[in-house]
Design a protein around this ligand. Structure first.
Ligand SMILES: [Zn+2]
Length: 154
């Protein structure tokens, strides 16, 4: 997985670096690379006004994200897809809550997407964790933790 520079910028901007900052999140949009198993995250979509955000929870509004996915899919000539989700945690090295894992599995089973997997990022204060939902295995696995700022694609 590669993450575009601008997407890394958005992820880092919403880190919960003070005790007042609430969780943030959104969808990940990107492309599958041709003739490669790799995937590039082009955009981490920012939170919208109708999301619900508190210090320890984030609820993403469904409709704005769905509209955005459909618009990107059309305007990109079916290149840009829904790849997964990101959200922040007020902890150094983030781990998913039970709620997170349940939500990821629900999305993996119910959401519409082209590829065999979804990517889930949790942005902590000093590191970002990446998990992958595999459609064929019906399971969520840790891809790894990366020190912030996570490396951007070349
Ligand atoms: Zn969480």
């Amino acid at each position: 997985m590669e993450v575009a520079d601008s997407a890394v910028g958005v992820l880092m901007e919403y880190r919960q670096l003070t005790t007042a900052s609430a969780e943030a999140g959104g969808i990940l949009l990107g492309r599958m690379l041709l003739q490669s198993p790799d995937v590039i995250v082009d955009e981490a979509v920012r939170p919208v006004a109708t999301d619900r955000r508190s210090r320890f929870r984030f609820w993403r509004a469904r409709r704005p994200a769905q509209r955005r996915i459909e618009a990107e899919w059309r305007t990109s000539g079916r290149m840009v897809n829904y790849l997964g989700e990101w959200h922040t945690h007020p902890e150094d090295t983030p781990w998913p809550s039970c709620h997170d894992v349940e939500n990821w599995c629900r999305l993996g089973r119910k959401a519409r997407y082209e590829q065999d997997f979804l990517i889930f990022l949790i942005v902590g204060t000093t590191a970002t964790g990446a998990w992958e939902w595999s459609k064929s295995r019906s399971s969520v696995d840790l891809l790894g933790h990366f020190a912030n700022p996570i490396p951007a694609a070349e």
